[in-house]
Design a binder for this molecule. Sequence first.
Ligand code: AMP
Ligand code: MG
Length: 409
Amino acid sequence: MISFEDARRIILEQARPLGKIRRALDKLLGMVLAESVTAPFDLPRFDNSAVDGYGVKVSDAQGISVENPVELQLIDTIQAGDSGRVNLTSGQAVRIFTGAPVPADVDAVVIQEETQTVGNAVRIFKAVKPGDNIRRRGEEFQKGREVISAGMAITPPVIGLLANLGYSSAMAYRKPRVALISTGNELVKPGKPLKPGQIYDSNTVALTAALKTIGIESIRVYQAKDTQRATKSAFEKALAENDVVISLGGISVGAFDFVKDVAEELGIETLFWRIAIKPGKPVYFGKSGKKLVFGLPGNPVSALVTYHQLVQPALLQVLGIPQQASVPQQAILLEALRKKPGRREFVRGFAAYDAAGALTVKPSVGQDSHMLGGLAKANCLIDFSLDAERLNVNEPVSIEWLRWMSDVF
Ligand code: AMP
Ligand code: MG
């Protein structure tokens, strides 16, 4: 058995981005830029007004105040989308709106709130400085400069920025195709009737959902009965058609657990088997060429917790998001916990702030690894370290939030 830290390190050492792919803007969300992006033109593209107001010459709007305004003749109106080719001479102003091009003759824009129109003229109540309320051409990015570097997660604002620069696609790291192999004679698809001894397959359904939340698009599910032949054939197909293979069940020491034997038979390089954790002791990790192979236990809580703690970080790294050690948070334990030394436990819990603003955590009811309800109602894992035997009430403990969705990027 190896430690959780070693297991995680070994996995993350192997989890590298796949090739690069060009994708349209509407297909990029949740991917990672594989190449840096440069500005194809100055941004802003042209001098433009930051406000609704009046374009003036600075020399016409000096030494003025509310009591002593200057009156300028209005000669034209420029709105967003106009070309902005207007000539201005001393004593004149031009009506201008936000985003409209600022003509070369205009050297400041007076915000509308500091003016008053009088017939075909405008009164200016405040002196201006050159450049006031003008967004300058190239002030954010100059043509040819790097705008975003490779490795940046593609969030909605990144997509907006790409569009701003006129790009309709970008280079990103290809998403992995992921196989889920469920093993077990007892498993039936939800919705079908159960015969005696059968149970519903919840693992492939829950893991499909978990994979979708981190943006995995290609998820194939393979079913294997508990024979070496069926398990082998599922693995062969899964390896041929995918980049990452995750099997569920059949990885322990039972007479009908064939995953490890099959991995050996197929020449998969074993990097570890069994971790000193609970739930999830029998976890297997190996490599077939560059393909990652995870053998997760079948108990639904073990499958999901080990996926969350070990597989999800690996997949994020394959997507191009380097994973650091998670930063634990401290919470006050509301119920004492006991265990035997020798395995690090991830106790399912619910953390919440109390009336005084302190973060507290309560262990879920139903901590056995087949009790999915205890995980379904949890929002964090309480870290019960390897050799500790008890955690006392009101003791500060380390928790790690369960992050099934969204904020993983
Ligand atoms: P195993 O790891 O194959 O020994 O399975 C451990 C326990 O998890 C057994 O009680 C199995 O019936 C159960 N189990 C295995 N696979 C699944 C699955 N896909 N969905 C729900 N329960 C499962
Ligand atoms: Mg089984």
